[in-house]
Design a protein around this ligand. Structure first.
Ligand code: PEP
Ligand code: MN
Length: 359
């Protein structure tokens, strides 16, 4: 994807984060217009609303369908905002393009499906479309699948492509509705530096109170924009009500977000970065030293016919180190992930020793 183009829209400052806001779903013409007018009043320039809603289970509100496209047209005429909606099939693409929707996005359940992605790409190509297309990460944390989805859209001739980070599904109860796994969009940025990445704090957090901190975190990490769900009456929303905020609250959040200038690199920052480089090298040395000892232990276990995995010992290590880390101000979860990664590599290396016939 060599010649991606930035998503620059007339009347929108390209130096500022791209802000897209609007309800999860278009419900009624009144709700769409009321929300859009309040957002426009606060200076939001791109409106979002789901017309076709992919729901996990049948029986929920699945969107108003084509009828809602006429409401988006009214939003455009009456507020001057750009409009955007989610497409998941060939028919959605055709109808959205015919209705003059300015930006299309592809949802997380769709970007996980290469057949659906190809169908959308073919429909865009057949229509000779030149709209910006934003591709949400697939529900599962698979960067290759996400990039693959974008490549299909790119191969259809679309050059204004953006990624939306909306978090990743996980089993069980968590603080977040979809785990942010920030390292995945960060790796995407490293692989495709020209690709704009927009954060969707609404679907990551799943709760109103998480929208602001997640949005700030995304901007701190150099994301290029935000897509935030906003509804004129969130408590009565037909979908995703616990994560939607009023246009007034959105405006407050947008005004309190701190924008960082990513192009500035002061001298002291360079010095601090040099320190980080040195510390990382030291960390690698220490890790390597630990692995060497671990291999020696592997050798011992082999000679004494002991099993590689010693659950009790691992438990003790985990508990004592997590406690220590917490005393130092680091999170327990962080320490647990670090230790479990180190342990996994230790076990892998010990098994290598075990499989090595030469003692
Ligand atoms: C949405 O944006 O309303 C939506 C359905 O999002 P996702 O595909 O991220 O679940
Ligand atoms: Mn939603």
């Amino acid at each position: 994807m060599k010649d991606l183009q930035p998503i620059v829209l007339e009347g929108i400052n390209p130096k500022k984060p791209l802000i897209i806001a609007g309800p999860c779903s278009a419900e009624t013409e009144e709700q769409v217009l009321a929300t859009a007018k309040e957002l426009a009043h606060h200076g939001v320039k791109i409106f979002r609303a789901g017309i076709w809603k992919p729901r996990t289970k049948p029986g929920g509100f699945e969107g108003v369908g084509v009828e809602g496209l006429a409401w988006l047209k009214r939003v455009k005429e009456e507020t001057g905002m750009y409009t955007s909606t989610e497409v998941a099939t060939k028919q959605h693409v055709e109808e959205a393009l015919n209705a003059g929707v300015d930006i299309l996005w592809i949802g997380a359940r769709t970007s996980a499906n290469p057949f659906a992605m190809q169908e959308i790409a073919d429909a865009l190509q057949a229509a000779g479309a030149d709209v910006p297309v934003l591709i949400k990460n697939p529900v599962n944390p698979d960067l290759e699948l996400w990039i693959g989805a974008m490549q299909r859209i790119y191969n259809a001739g679309i050059r204004r492509i953006g990624a939306i980070h909306r978090g990743f599904s996980a089993y069980g109860k968590h603080l977040y509705r979809n785990l942010p796994q920030w390292h995945i969009p960060i790796e995407l940025r490293r692989r495709l530096p020209e690709l704009p990445i927009i954060c969707d704090p609404s679907h990551i957090g799943g709760k109103r109170e998480l929208v602001a901190p997640l949005a700030q975190q995304a901007l701190d990490m150099g994301f290029n924009g935000l897509i935030i769900e906003s509804h004129c009456d969130p408590d009565c929303a037909w979908s995703d009500k616990s994560q939607q905020i009023t246009p007034d609250v959105l405006n407050f959040i947008l005004n309190t977000l701190v924008l960082r200038d990513s192009s500035q690199s002061t001298e002291s920052l360079t010095l601090l970065r040099q320190q980080i480089d040195t510390i990382d090298n030291e960390l690698l040395e220490i890790l390597n030293k630990r692995m060497r000892v671990s291999r020696e232990i592997g050798q011992y276990k082999k000679e004494h016919r002991m099993p590689v995995l010693q659950a009790g010992r691992y438990d003790d290590i985990m508990q004592s180190r997590v406690k220590l880390a917490q005393e130092m101000g680091m999170s327990g979860d962080f320490m647990r992930s670090v230790l479990s990664a180190i342990h996994e590599e230790s076990v892998r290396q010990q098994i290598e020793i075990l499989n090595d016939r030469v003692i």
